[in-house]
Design a binder for this molecule. Structure first.
Ligand code: ADP
Ligand code: TRP
Length: 355
């Protein structure tokens, strides 16, 4: 459309958005709006793979839409929609599954992690390949649902049905993107068509960011329970930052920085000015640093980003009329485009009407 490349991305409706989602995904969505033809959605069907409470799921969809708008996604500029509002996605998911192997799905890292988690199976490094015995053959009477297995098919359809070129996501989603490219190539070559472009991840030149947790762990994430949320109030947020894990402090000049303290610097680099970062790096190098000052600065700088977003989230969350209007318009545009691709896919596969 209008010569611009198509961008598509989504976030599962599984809870409030945190700084990891913001720096890894949402802030990129906002920056791409002007230069690309952008579609952003809330992945409610993907959230079903972990069997959420139905009322909670509905509330989560609303809060993510409010967070998208509050962070600066502009419905005049981007198409914002909910995955389940585009039923063409579900139909194409059935069709594409006919070209996806269960073996390749079972070997996907996210499936193995989630399936093992659901069954309470510990990772056995020595038996990494014997996934069937571990998951299908589990003695437990718990089940791993088929939706979890076919998660990558659904994600590929989200992308391919809009013929997207660029998909801004964090590093953890790269395997899913690799599968999407493989499915696109396979479909094109099986039917001898050039229907789908091969989508690529997108970052503004730099390497994809990984936002660390403040508990000394590697990654900020919902299931890690170490998140700073965009919706956190000032008191809660300051408390979380002041409690961040550090160490005893540098004892000798230019001592290497420990991983836990490096996490604080990483967050500071994402939220503060280069001068502020340099001030604290220098203070670390000459051993004059006080972690309390660093944390106070970090809390101030995070709050400068999140508090205005929080105000807008609170306004929007009670405003179902605005949310409804945005989503209705977004669904119309997304469906229009999706139904064109679905018609092509049906024709190519031989699903043709007699009337
Ligand atoms: P979570 O890991 O909290 O469950 P999701 O899997 O819903 O988050 O991720 C939604 C988007 O946010 C994805 O594009 C993902 O790559 C990105 N993301 C999540 N956590 C981080 C993080 N700590 N650093 C960078 N990006 C992240
Ligand atoms: N799997 C993504 C996540 O967990 C969410 C997602 C679903 C997605 N469909 C997508 C992301 C299509 C980009 C494009 O974060």
């Amino acid at each position: 459309m209008n010569g611009k490349e198509t961008v598509l991305s989504g976030i599962r409706a599984t809870g409030n958005l945190h700084l990891g989602n913001y720096f890894g995904a949402l802030s990129k969505f906002v920056r791409m709006q002007r230069d690309y033809d952008c579609l952003y959605f809330v992945a409610d069907l993907h959230a079903l793979t972990t069997n959420p409470d139905p009322d909670q799921l509905h509330r989560n969809v609303r809060s993510i839409v409010a967070e998208y708008l509050a962070a600066g996604l502009d419905p005049e500029e981007s198409t914002l929609f909910v995955q389940s509002d585009v039923p063409e996605i579900s139909e194409m998911y059935l069709l594409l599954n006919m070209h996806v192997g269960i073996g390749e799905l079972m070997r996907t890292a996210s499936f193995k992690d989630k399936a093992r988690k659901q069954l309470g199976i510990k990772v056995d490094e020595t038996d990494e390949d014997n996934i069937e015995r571990q998951i299908i053959g589990s003695a437990s009477n718990k089940r791993v649902n088929a939706g979890l297995l076919t998660y990558p098919t659904l994600m590929a359809v989200d992308i391919l049905i809009q013929k997207a070129h660029k998909v801004p996501v964090g590093k953890d989603q790269e395997q899913h993107l690799e599968l999407t490219r493989r499915f696109a190539r396979r479909f094109n070559s099986f039917y001898g068509v050039e229907l789908f472009p091969e989508p690529a991840n997108f970052d503004f030149g730099g390497k994809p960011v990984k936002v660390p947790g403040l508990d000394g762990s590697g990654k900020m994430g919902k299931s890690e329970g170490n998140c700073i949320y965009l919706i956190d109030d000032e008191k809660t947020l300051r408390k979380k930052v002041m409690r961040a894990v550090t160490d005893e402090g540098p004892k000798t000049p230019n001592q290497p920085v420990s991983p836990t303290v490096e996490n604080l610097f990483t967050l500071l680099e994402l939220t503060s000015t280069p001068e502020v970062v340099k001030h604290f790096r220098d203070a670390y190098a000459d051993c004059s640093i006080r972690y309390g000052d660093l944390k106070k600065q970090l809390a101030d700088d995070i709050l400068a980003i999140t508090l205005p977003i929080r105000e807008r989230i609170l306004d929007l969350q009670g405003d179902d009329a605005t949310i409804g209007r945005v989503l209705r318009r977004g669904a119309e545009i997304a469906r229009e485009r999706a139904s064109r691709t679905l018609a092509e896919v049906r024709e190519v596969m031989g699903i043709r009407r007699f009337y």
